[in-house]
Ligand binder design. Structure first.
Ligand code: KG4
Ligand code: ZN
Length: 341
């Protein structure tokens, strides 16, 4: 089955062609980062307009790259939520219009299920069951995964998502959007131990997270340094390192707890923050001690992309899932509401 995947939930237009027999044939991405940078974050109206502009050229590009023609496509998968409604509607409308014209089915896919399954596009994919840490700009969740659509929420953030905390901390130090890669870059030049930030909610039982206090600690430290006349690049690097270290250690402690609670030794990390090298190193060390394994996607498939939507959609379409000609998206959509195959 050849599936065209369309991703438009936020600030990246992602398109890919996935074949159930041959694997990923082509994928293309247009990132709107430069468009939103001047505003320090995503402007929803601008995002929607840009998705409209990019979608058809990207579809033509992946078809050409894969050496396929439109008539070979068996189905279209698109992101139906969660995300920015205007942006989601671009992908949904485009998918349904093309599916109607080509006489093939279209299926709305859950964006976080896309992230969750993205590591399965790699060699040596994880086997079910496993614990998944989903860390993106909008989500921080620990989920027990027994199969596709069999998701049990074990813990989640009570306030900011991990990626959001990276982005806000970067913004207050005057760094570019998105802040995660910027903080990671500066952290590599940081002096360890100059600043130490809290590991929120690790001193009590449970698997929930809270990152807003950590972000405030970083803000207070930055403001104190500024008042003392120090807004040097080195201080930014040192704060970035301390912040990243606190997030990574907090996530590692909670993942270890979740694995123990679930009685499992397989951990999948997915979503934009799973591209963070320090996080991967820390989780690999922890899983090494447990004689377990950690799985993640290549960096470009950790952040938003069309390949994960094509792949997730293909699994569901192959299992016979279908949808009426109906353009409907959801800004909020708990993953536990999904059905199994
Ligand atoms: O999954 P994603 O592309 O979009 C959402 O679904 O939200 O995640 C984007 C988030 C942003 O907050 C970005 O700062 C963060 O992922 N991110 C990173 C890194 N790369 C992206 N955070 C930390 N380290 C990175 N290397
Ligand atoms: Zn995402």
């Amino acid at each position: 089955m050849l599936v065209l995947g369309l991703e438009t939930s936020c600030d990246e237009t992602g398109v890919a062609l996935y074949d159930s027999e041959k694997g990923l044939l082509a994928d293309a991405l247009f990132s709107q980062i430069d468009l939103h940078r001047a505003y320090g974050g995503v402007v929803p109206e601008l995002a929607s307009r840009d998705h409209v502009k990019r979608m058809l050229p990207l579809i033509r590009q992946v078809l050409a790259e894969a050496g396929c023609v439109a008539t070979e496509i068996d189905a279209i998968a698109y992101t139906a939520g969660p995300g920015l409604v205007g942006a989601l509607l671009v992908g949904a409308s485009c998918a349904q219009a093309l599916a109607f014209a080509w006489g093939i089915p279209a299926l709305g896919v859950h964006h976080m299920e896309g992230h969750l399954l993205a590591p399965m596009l790699e060699e040596n994919p994880p086997q079910f069951p496993f614990v998944a840490l989903l860390v993106s700009g909008g989500h921080t969740q620990l989920v027990r995964v027994d199969g596709i659509g069999e998701y049990e929420l074990m813990g989640e953030t009570l306030d900011d998502a991990a990626g959001e905390a990276f982005d806000k901390t970067a913004k207050m130090m005057g760094l570019h959007y998105p802040g995660g890669p910027e903080i990671a870059r500066l952290a590599s030049q940081g002096v360890p131990g100059r600043f130490v930030f809290p590991r929120p909610m690790t001193d009590r039982p449970g698997l929930d997270f809270s990152f807003s206090g950590l972000k405030t600690s970083a803000l207070n430290t930055w403001q104190q340094r500024q008042s003392a006349g120090d807004d040097s690049e080195q201080t930014r690097c040192d704060i970035s390192l301390a912040f990243q270290h606190a997030v990574v250690e907090t996530l590692t402690i909670k993942c270890k707890r979740a694995l123990k609670q679930a009685g499992l030794k397989r951990l999948v990390i997915a979503g934009g923050v799973s591209a963070n090298k320090a996080l991967r190193v820390s989780l690999e060390k922890m899983l090494g001690e447990l004689h377990g394994n950690v799985f993640y996607a290549r960096p470009e498939f950790c952040t938003d992309n069309g390949a994960m939507i094509a792949f997730a959609g293909c699994q569901r379409l192959q299992a016979g899932q279908k949808e009426e000609l109906n353009i409907s998206v959801q800004a909020r959509w708990p993953m536990e509401q999904l059905s199994g195959l």
